[in-house]
Design a protein around this ligand. Structure first.
Ligand code: F6R
Length: 366
């Protein structure tokens, strides 16, 4: 059932190229130059008339929501707020019929997300679901939706759900961008083409596995990790840190790279591995200077870089390459090595990777 892999988590990491194809199949029609998604197309006016989009989710799905915030604002110029479902539901939020709420949930059963949806509906908002489990409570409770077609995710640590959620949300953002005339024809086609190429690039990113095993050996006994990223890759830093803590029980924090000097830089010494997402474009030079700051404090740098990178490679202790793509889609690639890093470290620490202590696959109680 694990298809020859030692753990479901590893199997699911490796399934991502196929899972992303399954998610955009029949929707991303590159030859025709269109995106077809019934849930969005049938409700396009609701999206176009919205004052803003509010994304509600928990955990890894909330991180996918943060990536989506950057993508929606970049492509479609619609303001987006991303909320922890648990905070949103108890905050007496300002919400009305001019709002569109997108709920993201792999299981479709997360109690807080479900409650947030009900609250949004009571207040007249249009509620759209991005779920993986067909027929789940959230899928049924929402006004419309689009499934991620990731297939069953068994490992408690979410992997392919995250990348397929970003895929669906990118398709929605591109659809709205086109409907609003916010992207030139050539840019729109460029993004369609790039999205179609992502699965092949994920496959390429996975070839870093052996190299990541060696890096994992070096840092498996660390007590703390810091993860840094900027822009589209800031949420990837959060997600990388979450993945490490939940399965290896190593304390890890994700931060926007520029926030480092407002506090966390105090933690950096020769004992501190710092994972930095430093792909090209996306404030590359700024990230390079963040790396220099870490280096001058003797932190150990594990950098995720664009293939062929020279500048960061000279500074970092270790580099892991991912293929080049447009900046907005880099999270789909930069996430991959971070999943593998946490997986291998957890295995080396003899942790129960698929069923980490204290965690359940779906959190149906608040
Ligand atoms: C992290 C993880 C959790 C879930 C969260 C939301 O690896 O699995 O943080 O992402 O409990 O679950 P769903 O997406 O099912 O609502």
């Amino acid at each position: 059932e694990k298809g020859g892999y030692d753990h479901f988590m590893l199997k699911e990491i490796y399934e991502q190229p196929d899972a992303i194809v399954d998610t955009y199949r029949g929707r991303l029609l590159v030859d025709e130059g269109i995106i077809r998604m019934a849930g969005v197309d049938d409700n396009i006016e609701k999206f176009l008339n919205a004052n803003r989009i509010i994304i509600v989710a928990c955990g890894t799905s909330w991180h996918a929501g943060l990536v989506a915030e950057y993508i929606f604002e970049e492509f479609a110029r619609i303001p987006v707020e991303v909320e922890y479902a648990s905070e949103f539901r108890y905050r007496n939020p300002v919400i009305n019929e001019k709002d569109v709420v997108i709920a993201i949930s792999q299981s479709g059963e997360t109690a807080d997300t479900l409650a947030a949806i009900k609250l949004a509906k009571e207040n007249g908002a249009f509620v759209f679901g991005v779920c993986n489990v067909v027929g789940s409570s959230i899928a049924r409770e929402t006004d419309a939706g689009a499934y991620t077609h990731a297939g069953p995710e068994i490992g408690v640590a979410s992997t392919k759900a995250f990348t397929t959620q970003i895929t669906v949300l990118s398709l929605i953002a591109l659809t709205l961008a086109k409907a609003k005339g916010k992207l030139s024809k050539s840019d729109y086609h460029l993004y369609l083409n790039e999205l179609e190429l992502i699965p092949k690039k994920v496959l390429k990113a996975l070839t870093a596995n052996e190299h990541i095993i060696k890096i994992s050996e070096t840092y498996k006994d660390a007590s703390n990790f810091l993860y840094l990223g900027r822009g589209f890759n800031f949420p990837v830093a959060l997600e990388g840190a979450l993945k490490l803590k939940e399965i290896s029980y190593i304390h890890a924090e994700g931060y926007p790279a520029a926030e480092m000097k407002h506090g966390p830089i105090a933690l950096i010494d020769e004992q501190m591995p710092v994972v930095v997402i430093a792909t090209k474009k996306g404030h590359y030079e700024k990230v390079v200077s963040n790396i220099q700051e870490i280096k001058s404090r003797h932190g150990k740098i594990i950098a995720v870089v664009t293939e062929g990178d020279i500048m960061v490679s000279e500074l970092a202790d270790h580099v892991i390459e991912v293929p080049e793509t447009v900046e907005a889609f880099t999270p789909l690639l930069t996430t991959i090595p971070l999943q593998l890093l946490s997986y291998h470290i957890a295995v080396m620490r003899n942790c129960n990777v698929d069923q980490p202590r204290n965690l359940a696959k779906s959190v149906t109680v608040e």
